[in-house]
Design a protein around this ligand. Structure first.
Ligand SMILES: N=CN[C@@H](CCC(=O)O)C(=O)O
Ligand SMILES: [Zn+2]
Length: 417
């Protein structure tokens, strides 16, 4: 594989430095280099600096490399999406219309739609069909500058289909350029066949699903939808602790629709991240900051459900490390656009353009335990790089709703542009 030398970038955002969750002012530290240059080789970043610094180091090997002239362009790490439900069957556009006509998200779900509708379509889909549908979504992620994606099961809600979703993600992690990091989410909903027998379902999840998932090493994380009418904080805690005993790291969909003690529970069980948090209490946010739980905020979901976004600004000011994500799923956020999510993080949660970029790179990588490989451009990390058709990071957030991706490299191989 030929080395790649990107040179003359108007701005090179490295996000280099502290290789852990960034908080407060750390969320504004972009490690910015003007007239920047990156040398990548064997899938890794080998050197970063100004173009003249890299000329001095690598000028004599220039003839070996693919040289990319980034004059007038912004170059950043590949974006990381730390929360998706990407491996699902079918679609739910009729529910979109129903919500515009006045139905709420939970009303639709309680009537057998929502997660239950996608569960039926995912159960019905063959593994090959799921691979094909998920591949299209991953291709779209890549086209939007996203090179690492977390993906949850949770549209099976029975052992066979949960395993099918996780195996599809495992296959795609091997086949597709994107790194796909798997999460088990048998705790996404109580399946309809267990209505009124919630604790029986939880027993199946704990005694049959989790052990099998752990035995086959099909997931890194264990997530649960802690919400009024779905799983109580007590049930969620049982599910998360059972996963922990098997080595699965807790994550939690918390305080999305109602304030329900989800942020507090995230701190109590030592979750790596808590998701949504639209209605998180001030005390819950304080406890998350204290326990080092990353807030994974999903402003596209809030917009799509026409809800007020999470209080991202206040969370950063309270010392919480904030990450952002598409929440790509067929109901509340059918998008693969992390650039749009960065725009919305600024517009609806008052993150600064720099904070939104750190939330979509380093902090997102930390939310899925991938910070040793991705999330910043530093020697020894994966050569996951995006060259944008804008000249600075503020412009990237300012020109909103547009895909500014020019080229993308994954592990040093050009995959877009
Ligand atoms: N809120 C729960 N789960 C997903 C939505 C799932 C669906 O509607 O299919 C979310 O994170 O938004
Ligand atoms: Zn989700």
């Amino acid at each position: 594989m030929k080395p790649v030398w990107i040179k003359n970038a108007a701005q090179l955002v490295t996000v280099a430095g502290e290789n852990g969750p960034r908080v407060r002012e750390g969320m504004s530290d972009l490690g910015l280099i003007e007239d920047g240059s990156v040398w990548m080789e064997n899938g890794e970043v080998v050197a970063i600096g100004t173009t003249s610094e890299l000329e001095a180091l690598y000028g004599s090997r220039a003839h070996e490399a693919d040289i990319i002239d980034a004059t007038g362009r912004l170059v950043t790490p590949g974006l990381v999406d730390p929360h998706t439900h990407v491996a699902y069957g079918g679609s739910r556009e009729r529910e979109f219309e129903m919500r515009l006509e006045g139905a709420t998200y939970m009303e639709i779900m309680n009537a057998g739609g929502g997660i239950h509708a996608t569960t039926r379509m995912t159960r019905d889909a063959s593994e090959e069909e799921l691979v094909a549908q998920t591949t299209r979504r991953l291709d779209s992620f890549l086209a939007h500058g996203v090179t690492t994606v977390e993906g949850k099961s949770g549209y099976g809600l029975d052992l066979e289909t949960e395993l099918k979703q996780l195996r599809v993600m495992k296959r795609l992690n091997d086949q597709h350029p994107i790194d796909l990091v798997p999460t088990f989410m048998g705790g996404h909903a109580v399946p309809q066949e267990y209505k009124g027998r919630e604790d029986e379902y939880i027993n199946v999840l704990i005694n049959e699903m989790l052990p099998k998932v752990a035995e086959e090493k099909l997931a890194v994380f264990n997530d649960v939808f802690c919400e009024v009418g779905v799983f109580t904080p007590e049930q969620s805690e049982r599910i998360l602790n059972a996963g922990k005993e098997l080595g699965l790291i807790p994550k939690i969909h918390a305080d999305e629709i109602e304030s329900y003690g989800g942020a507090e529970l995230a701190a109590k069980v030592g979750a790596i991240s808590a998701e949504h948090l639209l209605k998180a209490s001030t005390e819950g946010v304080r406890l998350m900051a204290e326990a080092g739980v990353i807030a994974c905020l999903l402003p596209a979901t809030a917009l799509y459900l026409r809800e007020e976004a999470a209080k991202g600004r206040a969370m950063i000011d309270a010392g919480v490390a904030v990450a952002i994500s598409t929440d790509c799923n067929p109901g509340s956020s059918p998008t693969t656009s992390m650039p749009l999510v960065m725009n919305l993080a600024c517009i609806s949660m008052r993150l600064t353009p720099a904070e939104a970029l750190v939330a979509a790179t380093m902090n997102a990588a930390c939310a899925i335990g991938m910070q040793d490989k991705v999330g910043s451009l530093e020697a020894g990390k994966q050569a996951d790089v995006v060259m944008w058709n804008v000249s600075n990071y503020q412009e990237l957030q300012y020109l909103f709703g547009v895909n500014h991706v020019g080229s993308v490299w994954k592990k040093g191989v050009q995959v877009v542009g």
